[in-house]
Design a protein around this ligand. Sequence first.
Ligand code: ATP
Ligand code: MG
Length: 402
Amino acid sequence: MRLTNLPSEFQKALPILEKIKSAGYEAYFVGGSVRDALLHRPIHDVDIASSSYPQETKAIFERTVDIGIEHGTVLVLEQGSEYEVTTFRTEDVYVDYRRPSSVNFVRSLEEDLKRRDFTVNAFALDERAQIIDKFNGLEDLDNKLLRAVGKAEERFNEDALRIMRGLRFAASLDFDIEDATFQAMMTHAPLLEKISIERSFIEFDKLLTAPHWKKGVKAFKDSRAYCYLPGLEESQDKWDEFTAAYSDDFVFSSSEQAWAALLIALDVPAVKPFLKKWKTSAQFQKIVDALVSLYRFRQSEQLGLRQLYQYGRETIEVIEELRQAQGLAVDFEKIAELDQSLLIHDKHDIVVNGGMLMSELGIKPGPELGKILSQVEWAIVDGKLANKKETIFDFIANLDSK
Ligand code: ATP
Ligand code: MG
């Protein structure tokens, strides 16, 4: 089969294939970009597979970067873009289900395609726009089916991350998982405990933020993959509620929002320790923690100036979006009004600071100073005190505690 309209991303990258070919090697577009072109989806990352070994690839191009030579990958800088050119290789042999112990470079495209995870990820596209489809991926694509290349059990046994990848492709492509592939996912799910949590996080995060996340979550639940992921071991009864809580067409607008929604649904009492187990960044933990506590606050309270100040408008809107998708009461106008009537948005917006209180009012450094500043801050936030030097000094002069 030929692609009738070669997408511009491939056209732009054609000179790379041609250069490799004129040096006497084979070269093809491979991976997700070919799948996405066939599905008429936007293309990102045009990846190239070649029979040239890394050193040979480097000799062909003027500008290259060694980004993963040991895996056969050279980054080629051409046409104002970057392209990963990876040497054909066979299935990696894994040690403890984690790291490939060795990589075998080969000269055969078919060997390279065999090691790929799913039939729809195992196409190659040549310079004449011809699709090479060794595993009936085109038929699976038509049927919207995700099927492992070769024997599913072997493939998940080799690399259990493929289970998470499969579940996320179901969510991003809106594909069903073919029966034997799904059976093998279920039986090999315990191997997920051996996969690095950072890699599982990336896939699960992509699943949650995908357009068809509900389909992904259902497959995730049915596969019992959650039993082998941190903090989710006992979550069996929560997944249906999680998906049912949101309107059908709702898609999370960020990772932070998606994870907050997940932790809300799971009723996780301590958000940061949970996310720490997934080895997420401190910044991510902080944002999700704030989102979850704001959501919980909103279950029984109205928003006021203090919440606007504490959480900021953006965070509040992220939670209101969740509430809206749950059919709960929201008032975006009120949020805008509250935000506009806030006299300060940050401590540093206050026109006086500790130094001024010490030098101009003779207040001694120490806990008392902090207390006074905090009273000033909240009085301004509450709209009871103008953010003006004299007014603030008057306010301090009248404070009982002073
Ligand atoms: P995305 O659109 O999310 O980038 P992708 O299919 O391009 O999806 P990548 O992680 O970029 O996924 O990998 C590129 C290609 O490499 C895949 O299409 C697949 O052929 C192969 N691949 C990636 N990870 C694995 C794996 N764990 N096992 C087997 N093949 C893999
Ligand atoms: Mg990709």
